[in-house]
Design a protein around this ligand. Structure first.
Ligand code: SF4
Length: 334
């Protein structure tokens, strides 16, 4: 698939882009067994514009979090490039990389793991300003108060430590820290997966409100299709380390083309009871493949109800099918 260094839609370089990015890990299987190559991500191309929310959906082990870590420069690609403002980040100097870390922030799944339990909330929120040499005494204190207000926490939170808060409140603290330096983009990696169901919608709505208010780009990584649909302008569906479908969220949801996307969407309950009873479901059988031993041809073929001989030997490439910009990796998609 061809990837333009400039965004075809705007003529400008996208804020962040992955260009034929692959990542292979070498892991020992079975205790002292020999090392095997694990293809976590293969040939991923995507672009995220300023102010845009891109949703990345897939099962556990599909490679979506590894894509997030590659875009954050927390991992180096085995091949391919990640570009910020059109420039390959592998050529960034240390100061440029530090500036990138200020511009592209992250919120992880488990807020408690990502917050230092020995620091107060005030110290946690001051830390990014100190790391980047931007601490300005009373100016920073005022900014921190505004951040707390933005994420719906009282000023009294400042003197307390993360362990004194609920999971949802801890995630609000983590979000406030990520927003402290006016990031251009937020990578939210399963930001609600560790939270009670009752809190999940609050945190997602908070992220959506902040993203709109600050016109910040966001990569939302989730296995929760409903959340991604609600929040994203465009989305990609990952399976076995590859994007198998990508396009505008409304197009992918209205007319999914890849059998895997069709099956994922059919598992989402519909609110209307009559429509829920009437609709057809497609159940996926079997397990997701082991990335160390991927099936030949289309990696989805052992689970695909439409698979034919060609699918077992020839890997489908992404091609435009359906709405403009909707790309699908399936031989049979029309
Ligand atoms: Fe199914 Fe074949 Fe399409 Fe793969 S290429 S999703 S096996 S029909």
């Amino acid at each position: 698939m061809k990837v333009a260094q400039a965004d075809d839609r705007t003529g400008k370089a996208p804020l962040l882009a992955a260009e034929n990015v692959s990542k292979t890990f070498h892991a020992r299987r079975g205790g002292l067994g020999r090392k095997v190559a694990v293809a976590a991500v293969s040939q991923v191309n995507l672009q995220i514009d300023r102010g845009e929310t891109f949703g990345m959906v897939g099962e556990t082990g599909s490679g979506k979090s590894t894509v997030g870590r590659l875009l954050l420069a927390l991992e180096r690609p085995t091949s391919g490039q990640v570009r910020l403002d059109g420039r390959p980040i592998e050529r960034f100097s240390r100061p440029e990389l530090k500036k990138m870390r200020r511009r592209v922030q992250v919120v992880f799944q488990d807020p408690y793991e990502s917050l230092n339990p020995y620091m107060t909330v005030e110290e946690i929120l001051e830390e990014p300003f100190r790391i980047h040499g931007m601490y300005e005494g009373s100016g920073t204190a005022a900014r921190i108060r505004r951040l707390l207000d933005l994420v719906g926490l009282p000023v009294t939170a400042l003197t307390r430590s993360p362990g004194e808060f609920s999971g949802g409140q801890q995630q609000r603290i983590a979000i406030a820290r990520a927003l402290s330096l006016d990031a251009d983009m937020l990578v939210a990696d399963e930001p609600t997966a560790a939270l009670d169901v009752s809190i999940q919608a609050q945190i997602l709505n908070l992220l959506l409100d902040i993203q709109k208010e600050q016109h910040m780009a966001m990569l939302l990584i989730s296995h929760n299709l409903l959340a991604v649909r609600h929040m994203s302008a465009r989305l990609g569906v990952m399976y076995a380390g590859r994007i198998v479908e990508m396009g505008k969220a409304e197009d992918v949801y209205r007319t999914p083309k890849h059998p895997y996307t069709i099956a994922l969407l059919s598992a989402i309950p519909v609110a209307n009871p009559r429509r829920e009873r009437a609709r057809q479901r497609v159940a996926i059988t079997g397990e997701a493949p082991d990335p160390a031993h991927l099936p030949t041809g289309c990696a989805f073929h052992p689970r695909c109800w439409l698979a034919e001989e060609r699918c077992r030997v020839e890997r489908p490439e992404l091609r435009e099918v359906g709405a403009p910009g909707q790309v699908v990796a399936c031989h049979l998609a029309k």
